[in-house]
Design a protein around this ligand. Sequence first.
Ligand SMILES: Cc1cc2nc3c(=O)[nH]c(=O)nc-3n(C[C@H](O)[C@H](O)[C@H](O)COP(=O)(O)O)c2cc1C
Length: 178
Amino acid sequence: MTEQAARPPFLYVVVCAAGIAADVGQLIAAAQERGWDVGVIATPVAMNGFFDTAAVEARTGRPIRSAWRTPKEPRPFPAPDAVVVAPATFNTVNKWAAGIADTLALGTLCEVAGLGVPIAVLPCVADALAAHPAYRDSLERLRGMGVRFGDPYAGEPDEAGGRREFAWDRALDLVERG
Ligand SMILES: Cc1cc2nc3c(=O)[nH]c(=O)nc-3n(C[C@H](O)[C@H](O)[C@H](O)COP(=O)(O)O)c2cc1C
């Protein structure tokens, strides 16, 4: 009897429409180096010029998912072993916490929260938006569901015109922590 080769663990990377999404290739490369097979799910707005979709598809070897499949189409990705949302926008965090599932990304997030797989979120939200009480409530609600968050990141330039590095690797540390 031949033994079946173990498949690598499958990571969903959910990409939202924040400027820092242009660098999401760094996260995918880091995940692959750590042994993850990666499938990307992007919000429809993120697909509209926020990152290099062709480069991401070439790197993952899979089409990016953004729209719902038709009922007769098979599920294009295996079930996830872990999920990373990076970057996560104000919009997606609030809608996810409220249980809104009007994009594939949101529908997937709402569903995986009930699967018991590790989920890590790296928000990229300006301080002024992060001060909104709905956002604070959303973080509390998602944390209560077991979702793991990286440090706040405003994405705004510092006094020297530079930007603090976005901690892509942190998302992987969070889902790998067991
Ligand atoms: C150039 C640009 C950069 C943006 N960056 C951010 C960001 O860092 N964080 C954020 O929450 N929204 C940002 N937005 C606004 C979001 O794109 C907008 O709220 C959108 O509805 C989010 O959709 P999504 O959550 O479905 O991806 C940005 C918009 C533009 C045009």
